[in-house]
Design a protein around this ligand. Structure first.
Ligand SMILES: Nc1ncnc2c1ncn2[C@@H]1O[C@H](COP(=O)(O)OP(=O)(O)OP(=O)(O)O)[C@@H](O)[C@H]1O
Ligand SMILES: [Mg+2]
Length: 274
């Protein structure tokens, strides 16, 4: 069903370690969780072994994948406090090849607890050790903030994927995110790069969407994926059924866009030197 994605685009990392991608934007409601869930599902459907780590106390990625609170015994909070490694906290989802480290409400306090911890910027990175050979991709669904939890994700990641909503204020605050990425790169994680910027909730009937898309492309150039995720009611309905939209309605425009996005992501990954 993913015939659009040639096998040559899906080669794994040579050393067997997973590629870690943080899905981040401190702006709320721009499509981070929707992108993490559906990109992960599309990658899993391409035979990639994928792990989503939900580090947002809202737990939307966990709920959106149908993981009930009662099933969340070991969570990403345990990763931050050093009680568990990601490999032990990963639980299978209903989607073949897709696992999840769920979030817990305790994460809301983690920002403050982390301040006094040793290696406070490296807690998540340390917990991600030992995944070699188990997963091809790890996607981290970040909260809408640039605090210590998101900072941990940027320190642990190989790359950042930035969802941007096609709305008037899309670029506002983005320079802060870019500066934060540059700072993390200098201070903690020299390999960090922006994998790409994905425009979400694009509405072709709305001139503003085109204007925003043009501005973002002028600003970020090649970094912006060609695929734009359309505003699509099926995408917004799917989480209430605990399903990625790709499972809820594979034929809808939102699902098709995420399949194309996965193709672009894998193509860019193929260019990354091993
Ligand atoms: N392409 C789309 N079409 C329609 N609705 C969408 C689309 N993408 C996301 N939404 C809806 O927009 C809302 C915000 O999306 P989402 O939760 O993915 O954003 P977020 O950036 O993770 O939010 P937060 O910052 O709160 O974590 C959700 O209700 C979601 O269902
Ligand atoms: Mg979210």
């Amino acid at each position: 069903m993913f015939a659009q994605i040639p096998a040559s685009m899906t080669r794994p990392k040579a050393d067997g370690a997973p590629r870690i991608i943080a899905v981040a934007n401190q702006k709320g409601g721009v499509g981070k969780t929707t992108t993490a869930i559906n990109l992960a599902t599309a990658l899993a459907a391409c035979d990639k072994r994928v792990l989503i780590i939900d580090i947002d106390s809202q737990g939307n990625a966990s709920t959106g994948l149908g993981i009930d609170r009662s099933a969340r015994s070991v969570t990403s909070y345990d990763l931050f406090v050093g009680r568990a490694k990601a490999g032990d906290a990963a639980i299978p989802t209903a989607i073949p090849n897709l696992s999840l480290v769920a979030s817990a409400v305790d994460l809301a306090g983690a920002e403050i607890e982390l301040v006094d911890m040793d290696r406070r910027e490296f807690r998540l990175k340390d917990a991600l050790g030992g995944l070699t050979g188990r997963f091809d991709y790890v996607l981290i669904d970040c909260p809408p903030a640039l605090g210590l939890t998101t900072l941990n994700a940027l320190v642990a990641a190989d790359a950042v994927l930035v969802p941007l909503q096609c709305e008037f204020y899309a670029l506002e605050g983005l320079s802060h995110l870019v500066r934060t990425i540059e700072r993390v790169k200098r201070a903690f994680n020299p390999r960090l790069d922006i994998q790409g910027v994905v425009l979400t909730m694009y509405d072709k009937r709305n001139n503003l969407s085109d204007q925003v898309a043009a501005d973002v492309r002028a600003h970020f150039g090649e970094k912006v994926y060609r695929t734009m995720i359309p505003r699509n009611v099926r995408v917004s309905e799917a989480p209430s059924f605990g399903k990625p939209v790709l499972l809820y309605d594979m034929a809808c425009r939102g699902s098709q866009a995420y399949i194309h996005l996965a193709g672009e992501v894998l193509k860019r990954e193929g260019r990354v030197p091993a």
